[in-house]
Design a protein around this ligand. Structure first.
Ligand code: FPP
Length: 255
C-alpha cells in the first residue's frame, strides 16, 4: 500500500513550515564534513517539495538560512549558498513544469549578489505559477520581520495611508513577508530540538508543532507522511472546548 493512501486527503494542512535541522549531526555520525550533511539535506528539500506538490499542499515554507546562521564559519556559509544555487538551478525545470512558485522571505540586504540574482531570476520565472508556493526563508529572522512590519506601519500612518485605528491582526499580517498567505497549520522541526529559533514568530500563533528526532537528511517522503498522520490525529481547538468543536463546523481562529 502506498503510504500516501494512509492519509485523509481532505484533512491535509494548507501550509507546512519546516525547520530543517540536523545536517551537521548527520555528517558527524558518519565522520564526514558538515557540508556533506547539507548536501544530503538539499536532497531532502527536493523530496519534500515533490511530495507536498503531489499532495496538493499549496504552501511550504523552509528555513534555509537564519539571521543567526551568519555566525557559522565562512566556508560553511559559502557552501550553503553554493547548495542553494545548485538547488535552484537543478529544480527550476520541475518548478515550471509543476506550477510551483518560488518565493523568498527574509532580508535581501547582506546576501551575496550571486544569491540575490539567482533568487530574483527564479522568482521572476515562476511568478505566474499558481499550484504551489515554496517560501525559502533566507537571511530570515522572525523578530526582525515584526520590527520591519512595525516600521512600515508607522510610515503608512505618518503618510496618512492608514489610521492607527485600522491596525488589526489582518492588517499587521499584510505587512509581513507572508502577506496574502494562510498561516502555517503545521510546523515540523527535525533533529529533536523543541525550539522555534526565531522562525515565523507571528504566523505560528495557532500552528500545530511536530518535533521528530530524525535528522533532516533522513527526512524524506515516508517521514513527512508520518508527520501528516500525526497532524491528522490532532484536534485543533483555537481556544474553544472540544464539545464546542464537535457541534461547530467552523475551524477558523479568527471567528
Ligand atoms: C541545519 O543543520 C540546517 C541548516 C543550517 C540549513 C538548511 C540547509 C539545507 C537543507 C541545505 C540547502 C538548502 C536548500 C534550500 C537547497 P545544522 O547544520 O544546524 O545541523 P546540526 O544542528 O546537526 O549541526
Amino acid at each position: 500500500m502506498d503510504p500516501i493512501d494512509q492519509l485523509d486527503l481532505q484533512k491535509l494542512p494548507r501550509h507546512i513550515a519546516i525547520i530543517m535541522d540536523g545536517n551537521g549531526r548527520w555528517a558527524r555520525k558518519r565522520l564526514l564534513n558538515r557540508i556533506h550533511g547539507h548536501r544530503e539535506g538539499a536532497k531532502s528539500v527536493r523530496a519534500i517539495v515533490t511530495t507536498c506538490r503531489k499532495l496538493n499542499i499549496p504552501y511550504l515554507t523552509l528555513y534555509a538560512f537564519s539571521k543567526e546562521n551568519w555566525r557559522r564559519p565562512a566556508q560553511e556559509v559559502n557552501a550553503l549558498w553554493d547548495l542553494l544555487l545548485e538547488y535552484i538551478d537543478s529544480q527550476l525545470p520541475e518548478m515550471l513544469e509543476k506550477g510551483i512558485k518560488l518565493n523568498t522571505i527574509g532580508d535581501k540586504e547582506g546576501l551575496p549578489p550571486r544569491v540575490i540574482d539567482a533568487l530574483d531570476v527564479a522568482k521572476e520565472k515562476t511568478r505566474n505559477n499558481n499550484d504551489m508556493v515554496v517560501n525559502l526563508a533566507v537571511n530570515y529572522g522572525g523578530r526582525q520581520e515584526i520590527i520591519s512590519a512595525i516600521k512600515k506601519i508607522i510610515h503608512s500612518v505618518l503618510e496618512n495611508e492608514i489610521d492607527t485605528e485600522d491596525i488589526t491582526m489582518d492588517l499587521f499580517s499584510a505587512y509581513l513577508f507572508t502577506k496574502g498567505q494562510p498561516d502555517p497549520d503545521l510546523l515540523i522541526r527535525t533533529s529533536g530540538e523543541f525550539r522555534i529559533s526565531n522562525f515565523l514568530l507571528w504566523q505560528l500563533a495557532y500552528t500545530e508543532i511536530y518535533v521528530t528526532p530524525i535528522l533532516w537528511p533522513d527526512f524524506r517522503e515516508k517521514e513527512l507522511i508520518d508527520a501528516l498522520r500525526d497532524y491528522q490525529r490532532r484536534e485543533r481547538r483555537f481556544g474553544r472546548t472540544s464539545d464546542q468543536l464537535h457541534s461547530h463546523s467552523n475551524n477558523d481562529p479568527a471567528s
